[in-house]
Design a protein. Structure first.
Length: 161
């Protein structure tokens, strides 16, 4: 269970029962945290798969995203850019990434039905896959009606980030 408590201003405290995380939404928005969670989930998978098979690995990731312009501003596209240094061959590295994207990473698979998912793999400074896609959603076209957020008087500060 995750618990979140408002501290003051735009600061919140989140706990998972093991650790406390202070979130300052002026510095890191909830939307950015959401994207970070997806990237961390996938990169964790990739690193663990490599280590479990005895490979050496250094890994980092960049994530590009697109959202609808109107509310609800759901995500329509993600591009995960994996930068890996490893003694693994191209096929092995690509298998790790596809295993994460298509099977193991629950956060990415949660948005996969509504968002297009692309990936790029740079292995040992060589691009081995560029903006390839996995079977994924229709780019957020769920038939949802847009609405004017001014109508409710609240807006959505976290979604505008």
């Amino acid at each position: 269970m995750i618990k979140i408590r408002h501290i003051d201003g735009h600061k919140f405290e989140a706990t998972n029962g093991k650790e406390i995380l202070v979130i300052d939404t002026d510095k890191y928005s909830p939307v950015e945290l959401f994207i970070t969670g997806m990237g961390n989930c996938s990169l964790f998978d990739v690193v663990e798969m490599a280590k479990n098979k005895g490979y050496k690995i250094e890994a980092e990731m960049e994530i590009e995203s697109k959202r609808r312009d109107t509310f609800p501003k759901i995500f329509t596209e993600f591009h995960f850019i994996y930068k890996i240094k490893s003694n693994a061959d191209n096929v092995t590295a690509k298998r790790w990434i596809l295993s994460s994207l298509e099977t193991y990473c629950s956060t990415i698979n949660t948005v996969r039905a509504t968002s297009k998912i692309f990936y790029t793999i740079i292995l040992n400074n060589e691009t081995i896959a560029y903006k390839e896609s996995i079977i994924s959603g229709n780019g957020g076209d769920l038939g949802l009606e847009s609405f004017n957020d001014d109508d409710d008087g609240f807006g959505c500060a976290c979604c505008n980030a």
